[in-house]
Design a binder for this molecule. Sequence first.
Ligand code: KG4
Length: 334
Amino acid sequence: MIVLGIESSCDETAVAVVRDGREILSNKIRSQIDTHKIYGGVVPEIASRAHTECISELCSQALEEAKLTIDEIEAVAVTSRPGLIGALLIGVNFAKSLAFSKRLPLVAVNHLRGHIASNYLAYEKLKPPFLALIVSGGHTSVVKVKDYTDMEMLSTTRDDAAGECMDKVARVLGLSYPGGVALDKLSQDGVAGDYKFPMATVKNSPLDFSFSGVKTAAVNQIHNFNQKGESFNRENFAASIVDIVTESLISRLLTCVEREGINKVAICGGVSANSMLRRKAELASEQYGFELFIPPLSLSGNNAAMIASQGYYELLQGNIADIDLNAIATCGIN
Ligand code: KG4
């Protein structure tokens, strides 16, 4: 089955065509990084307008690259939740119009499930059950993937996402947006542990994450250095903050692995590109004996191929949306 996927939940407009949930026929992404860079973060209204300006053109390009016409598409899958509401609505309305005019099934896809599906595109052999660590600019969760459409959230962040924490620290360090990438680069020349940050735990919820305290502590420390005119080692500072964030991610993930007794782990979302996280995950997989799946950098960030992939599995399950489908800003894994 050939599914056209649409993604517009944040600052990437993306359209892709995927066969049977696994084979990418085309994957077009238009990033808005240059547009938002001058503000140091995503401006929601600007993001929505930018999606409107290019979604139709990207759809044509995705079909052209797949060497297909719209009449050969068998379903339309779209990210309907969670994300910036205005941005989501652009994709949802475009998908609804397309599906309605061509009489195609419309599938609403949870963006977090989409990130998990990025690993189906990268690894043919990956099949549920497995555990997924989703780490991006807006989300941090560990999910038990019992089946393609049957999932349980084991752990989530109580405040900021890991990506948000690293992006904001990077911004105060004067690094360019999106900061996570630049912080990763800077940290590679530093030594972790020179600067100390608290690793927050959530009372009575040992599996949950919390990154707002670490973020504030790091930001305050940088402001303090600057106000006193004290110099500090930026590389070691970057390495120390990335170390504490990735330690928090890996330690909770390992607790979930032990508790659930599942020997397959997939890591996904934009932050899965982080080099220290990848190194620690690989080491943990050797030590704890689980099989590790991390998508290539081309699929770790937001893209529409992952939405088409998950859309295919939702469709197999009969999860077809009505024409009154709406966008939802916040949700869990369902
Ligand atoms: O999945 P994604 O493209 O969008 C969301 O759904 O949020 O993730 C974007 C996030 C940003 O916070 C960005 O800074 C982060 O992924 N990111 C990284 C790296 N590459 C992207 N964070 C740390 N290290 C990286 N190499």
